[in-house]
Design a protein around this ligand. Structure first.
Ligand code: FMN
Length: 398
């Protein structure tokens, strides 16, 4: 048994335990890069806490010996309603991390959404044969670059495009400031000292570190090193992005187009009117605007506005199968996980991500069984109980 298999066996009983294992395995600046949020991390904390605003009201007497966790999404049949959210620099957590996670998603029967900031290229990820794949993109000052991304994704067989709209300015992540974590990582004496303390990670990554880059940008910027690419990054993104750009991308991309980072019901309505195929209610895992509403708190408003016309997905703070159940009860079609996937990756690579997805599968299956539901479409708001203290505190949503 390898060390990582041993770690997985010991700490793989919950997502929280895997987080703790990832914390021990990774150099602190890298763990914090993923774990942290913007400024005071209020949105980050609230993302997780929001799920406690509701209790579950089980109806156990309905017979639920066999549960079916599958869902249909854009013509795909997924084995569970949990997808992998786009996370940049996954290749810092495990060698070839993006490809490992994509293979894991495929093995679990779900979707991997590649990040614009993957270490490897989107073509490399598609080369794993994992399917279906989604590709996350931005609106760049050079609109031709956005178009180019979309064309590459289409040519590589990506099924859907996910336009992230909450990242046109980079969030103020103070853990990174405190740790001196920069992109690209500056391997100064302090960083080297923290790396040396995490020998298994260092041994795995030693041949990779000099190759860490934003693979998708290499060709466009005619540069291979992360330093040059990262220096360009803030000026590539365009804060003047508007609905006109969404329309433009809609015209260019024939497959499903989703907007990620929608929190306001009026934006949800506008997106439907403009022919968007799906929404991801998200605040970027609390990494962008601290003080932004928790995604779970924003879900009901968006669902009401969309009223079933397009799928509404949710990410942010999902750590238990029962969180997924609550999101679906409030009208989400499926959920995405960001950090939990990176924690699995940090502990055991592809097997770690397979394991994380399996934790969600087992927990959701058990929660459905205990609530008395056998199929995902049968999970409804009647299962939710808004605890009186949450209503008094003004958190509750419905
Ligand atoms: C390390 C890290 C990198 C991320 N990179 C991206 C990215 O490149 N593009 C994007 O749209 N979202 C990115 N996100 C946000 C995730 O897609 C997702 O919205 C968030 O992680 C969900 O919250 P959770 O981590 O609590 O599951 C990133 C998140 C993390 C933790």
């Amino acid at each position: 048994m390898t060390d990582s298999e041993r770690l997985l066996r010991r700490h793989g009983y919950s997502v929280a335990a895997l987080r703790a294992a990832a914390r021990s395995a990774l150099p602190r600046p890298i763990f914090d890069f993923a774990d942290g949020g913007a400024e005071d991390e209020r949105t980050l904390r609230r993302n997780e806490a929001a799920f406690s605003a509701f209790g579950l009201q089980p109806r156990p007497l309905r017979g639920c010996a066999d549960r079916d966790l599958s869902i249909k999404l854009f013509g795909n049949s997924l084995r569970l309603p949990v997808l992998i959210a786009p996370t940049g620099l996954a290749g810092l957590f495990w060698p070839d991390g993006e490809r490992a996670a994509a293979r894991a998603a495929h093995a679990a029967g779900t979707i991997y959404c590649a990040s614009h900031a993957s270490v490897v290229t989107l073509e490399d990820i598609a080369g794993t044969g994992a399917a279906p794949l989604w590709m996350q993109v931005f609106i760049y000052r050079d609109r031709g670059f956005t178009r180019h991304f979309a064309q590459r994704a289409a040519a590589a067989g990506y099924q859907a495009l996910v336009l992230t709209v909450d990242n046109q300015l980079t969030g103020n992540r103070e853990r990174d400031v405190r740790n001196g974590f920069t992109i690209p990582p500056r391997f100064g004496p302090a960083f080297i000292a923290t790396m040396a303390l995490k020998l298994p990670w260092l041994m795995r990554m030693r041949l990779q570190l000099s190759r860490i880059t934003f693979g998708n940008y290499v060709e466009h910027l005619n540069a291979t090193d992360l330093k040059t690419i990262a220096a360009h990054m803030p000026s590539l993104l365009d804060p003047s992005m508007s609905w006109r750009d969404v329309d433009e991308l809609r015209r260019q991309w024939n497959g499903p187009l989703l907007l990620k980072g929608i929190l306001h019901p009026a934006d949800a309505r506008e997106a439907v009117e403009r022919g968007i195929d799906g929404l991801i209610v998200s605040n970027h895992g609390g990494r962008q605007l601290d003080g932004a509403v928790a995604s779970f708190d924003a879900l009901a408003g968006v669902v009401a506005e969309v009223s079933g016309r397009i799928p509404v997905l949710l990410d942010g703070g999902i750590r238990r199968g029962s969180d997924v159940l609550k999101a679906i009860a409030l009208g989400a079609t499926a959920c995405l996980i960001g950090r939990p996937q990176l924690w699995g990756l940090a502990v055991a690579g592809e097997a770690g991500v397979v394991h994380v997805l399996d934790i969600f599968r087992r927990e959701l299956d058990r929660a459905m069984g205990l609530c008395g539901v056998t199929r995902i479409p049968d999970i409804g708001p009647d299962l939710l109980f808004a605890a009186p203290h949450s209503i008094r505190a003004g958190i509750g949503g419905i």
